[in-house]
Design a protein around this ligand. Structure first.
Ligand SMILES: Cc1ncc(COP(=O)(O)O)c(C=O)c1O
Length: 378
């Protein structure tokens, strides 16, 4: 435990709670990727029925429910053009966090190198530490934030982590990105763990690309997805992993030993979400896109350097002036009552940036932009 990095969000969260209780304008907290909308009603209804079903009151089987595995395969076929064998190529976990951790634990032996994007989601460093492996940063070059595979990377590695749509920058991957990463991973003897948490969230008509749709990557990649973002089900804790049977079976085995089984009712509700009407999921993309436009246009009007995110639900902005992002985030919390994520929490590649989560409505986000602009003027 002593070797584990401090939880990036823990101390900041306590600070936000403390400041929010103080008198003043309402705190606008967009520091995390916690969806603000309720889960669509038909999914809630499916969960209510599943909870009432006594079949779900006992322990579920270690094998994920067939209906859920089939629903995952259906979405992969319809949304990503990927054929999966639902019996052998799908694992289920309590969210993609657990699936990603399970994959790193399954494939990274102690002492090996885990190559992880910089900037990148802090979980990757935590997972590598828990596995006793060490992290080698994979620099992502702005403005497209694709991996720089010409950087000095280890000749041998156990895991290469990728994440597109990318948190925190909102970049999407190209097929070349996955093909090049597969080439490196194969030479290094590594498994690619692709964090596809924002699989449904591509803007301006773009559809995020599954690594499994790229033939070279299909061979060496396990891909984690979640219902947290696509269906605003973050509190329900359900996600899954897909890929070649051999890789999926290793992750499922670790999952069963470490975390046991996933609640049957949640699996039933997830199957209903994935196999049912996708209108709400599509509408959600349009809603996040409108929010993105409010924030990007507002900050650009004020002269901020903002890349228009192609996906995810974050806006990644360079703080004007050569300033420390953590210090700026602290001052923003205290002086503007706005909580954003400081870029350096995502690694050295995030220095000088802040991340704004599009998890409040357009009116609140417009107010947030006004506060940011006023803050930078004085
Ligand atoms: C990039 C990324 N990966 C994984 C997760 C974990 O999501 P969950 O465990 O809810 O599936 C998140 C959540 O914010 C995320 O942003």
């Amino acid at each position: 435990m002593a070797g584990l990095p401090a939880n990036f969000w823990g101390a900041m969260d306590r600070e936000i709670v403390r400041l929010a209780a103080e008198p003043g304008p309402a705190m606008i907290d967009v520091s995390k990727g916690n969806p603000d909308l309720p889960t669509p009603e038909h999914i809630v209804a499916a969960m209510q029925a599943a909870v009432a079903d006594p079949r779900n009151h006992g322990y579920p089987s270690y094998a994920p429910r067939p209906a859920l595995r089939r629903a995952v395969a259906l979405r992969y076929r319809e949304d990503h053009g990927v054929d999966l064998d639902p019996d052998t190529e799908v694992a289920v976990a309590h969210g993609s966090h657990e699936a990603i951790l399970g994959a790193v634990m399954a494939f990274a032996d102690p002492g090996t190198a885990v190559v992880a994007p910089d900037p990148g989601y802090p979980l990757y460093t935590s997972a590598a530490h828990l596995a006793g492996a060490h992290v080698v940063p994979l620099p992502l070059a702005p403005p497209a934030y694709q991996p720089d595979l010409t950087a000095t990377l280890p000749a041998a590695a156990s895991v290469v982590l990728l994440n597109y749509p990318h948190n925190p920058t909102g970049a999407l991957a190209t097929a070349q990105t996955f093909a090049d990463a597969a080439d490196y991973a194969t030479r290094a003897g590594a498994v690619i763990v692709h964090d596809f948490a924002y699989a449904s969230l591509g803007f301006d008509g773009r559809r995020p690309l599954s690594a499994l749709a790229v033939p070279a990557a299909r061979e060496c990649t396990i891909e984690a997805q979640t219902l947290s973002k696509t269906y605003s089900m973050a509190g329900w804790r359900i996600g899954f992993a897909a890929g070649r049977a051999e890789l999926v079976s290793a992750v499922s085995r670790y999952q069963a030993h470490a975390f046991s089984t996933v609640a049957g009712a949640t699996q039933d509700a997830a199957a209903a979400a994935l196999s049912g009407d996708q209108t709400a999921a599509r509408d959600l993309v349009a809603l996040y896109q409108r929010r993105r436009d409010v924030v990007v246009a507002g900050l650009r009007r004020a002269g901020w350097d903002v890349t228009v995110p192609e996906g995810s639900f974050f806006v990644w902005a360079r703080v004007p002036g050569d300033v420390d992002a953590s210090e700026t985030a602290r001052r923003l919390r205290e002086e503007a009552r706005v909580a954003v994520a400081p870029g350096d929490g995502f690694g050295p590649g995030g220095r000088g940036h802040i991340r704004i989560g599009l998890v409040r409505d357009e009116r609140v986000l417009a107010e947030l932009v006004e506060r940011l602009v006023a803050f930078t003027r004085h």
